[in-house]
Design a protein around this ligand. Structure first.
Ligand code: ATP
Ligand code: MG
Ligand code: MG
Length: 385
């Protein structure tokens, strides 16, 4: 069998490796240390920092194709990989995904609907951006933000004093370190995962509906509560993004759903937290689809195999709360809930806010599924005092 290289050792890499292994591939993981979630399920692991080109090239030489599970990989690291094996997504897709300014300008040029945005360098330019876009605005660092980190909501010019504008890094000459966005009055948030192959075949998954708590994804529900027209439109947008970028692999498009339109928030060129629900809910999981896409196999059937499904994240907060009672999460009680699938990522420390695992349930009726799943999660802290 062929060997697939995965750059990155987190839970996305772990679930990818598990799907690939099931399909008969050997998976090698390149990551920082051998106890990371993906390393523990890989056929082999090469450890080192992403800047260690000799380690990366030694890794790449053992692989037939290479992919990744996070977008903040230095361009020259990807270049080092692609000397030895096809590497997907390629450097241009990564450059776009690493910088919100490039991301938003690329999407706008492609005719994809995005919220109004303006470049921000300092306090003066953010005030000008607010006047142009209309207050309130959301400002985000252009690089390396996730789970809402590096974001500020500014309600008026007065709020501009509270942000340390020199604290964000620019992606290159003349590029802004921050971007200001108009606040989108969304009714719900959604995402669409799209896969594309080197020979230009494309498949999209059904639309997922996402609820965030404290800027971190909490629940993903399927089917999304959107009209059939919006469902089609959202999947069409994802397809256009993938085609415009010349993507090979998997990409998630995050969307705001307003009363009558869809607006793209951001994209991620990899498996996505909202796609975990596909493991139980769809004929093909996002991880298997990723394997198929980068290996040039036929893309899988993305349709739902159940009428309704929901996924709830398990954050480190649960471990922290259990620990405060001198206990561990109550897995026995949680797993007594009928039809709940447990996924744990094997992380060795559980600080608040860290994604430790998730639960998925499926059924006939979405409110019932969602309620049963919440009960299962609550039971993790049941009977602890
Ligand atoms: P991640 O990569 O983990 O999804 P992130 O740090 O890249 O998060 P965004 O996805 O840009 O952050 O924003 C996080 C959340 O903040 C969004 O899901 C949405 O709930 C809210 N948000 C962001 N931008 C806007 C906006 N322009 N209008 C309204 N809400 C917004
Ligand atoms: Mg993001
Ligand atoms: Mg996001």
């Amino acid at each position: 069998g062929a060997t697939i290289g995965m750059v990155g050792g987190g839970q996305l890499g772990r679930m990818f490796a598990m799907a690939a292994a099931r399909m008969g591939y050997r998976v090698g993981v390149f990551c920082g240390s051998s106890d990371e979630p993906a390393a523990e399920v890989a056929a082999f692991t090469v450890c080192g920092p992403l800047t260690d080109h000799s380690a990366i090239e030694a890794f790449a030489k053992r692989c037939d194709v290479i992919t990744l599970e996070f977008e903040n990989i230095p361009a020259d690291t990807i270049a080092a990989c692609s000397k030895h094996a096809p590497t997907y997504p390629d450097a241009s897709v990564l450059a776009m995904a690493q910088d919100r300014w490039i991301e938003k300008t690329t999407l706008r040029e492609a005719g994809i609907p995005v919220a109004g945005f303006e470049p921000v360098h300092d306090r003066e330019t953010v005030v000008a951006a607010g006047e142009k876009l209309g207050w309130p605005i959301i400002v985000k660092t252009c690089r390396s933000g996730y789970d809402g980190k590096g974001q500020h909501r500014l309600n008026s010019p007065d709020d501009a004093a509270s942000v340390e504008w020199a604290g964000a890094e620019s992606g290159g000459d003349g590029q802004p370190p921050w971007v200001a966005e108009a606040l989108v009055p969304f009714e719900r948030e959604a995402s669409v995962i799209v896969a594309r192959t080197l020979d230009q075949r494309v498949e999209t998954f059904p639309v997922f509906e996402n609820d965030h708590q404290n800027h971190i994804l909490d629940e993903t529900k399927l089917p999304a509560d959107v009209s059939p027209e919006m469902e089609t439109q959202a999947r069409e947008i994802a397809r256009r993004v993938a085609e415009h970028l010349g993507l090979v692999g998997l990409l998630c498009v995050e969307l705001f759903v307003t009363k009558d339109e869809l607006i793209v928030n951001e994209v991620a060129p990899r498996p996505h937290n909202s796609g975990h629900v596909t493991i139980e809910a769809c004929a093909t999981s996002q991880f298997e689809q990723h394997v198929r896409a980068i290996c040039g196999l036929p893309l899988g059937d993305t349709s739902m195999v159940v009428p309704a499904a929901s996924m709830l994240n398990l954050l480190g907060d649960i471990w922290v709360a259990a620990e405060s009672h001198g206990a561990s999460p109550n897995w026995e009680s949680c797993l007594e809930t009928p039809g709940v699938a447990l996924h744990l990522y094997g992380k060795h420390a559980a600080p608040a806010g860290r994604k430790m695992g998730h639960l998925t349930a499926v059924g006939n009726d979405l409110p019932e599924v969602s309620e049963r799943l919440r009960l299962a999660r609550e039971r993790l802290l049941g009977g602890l005092g």
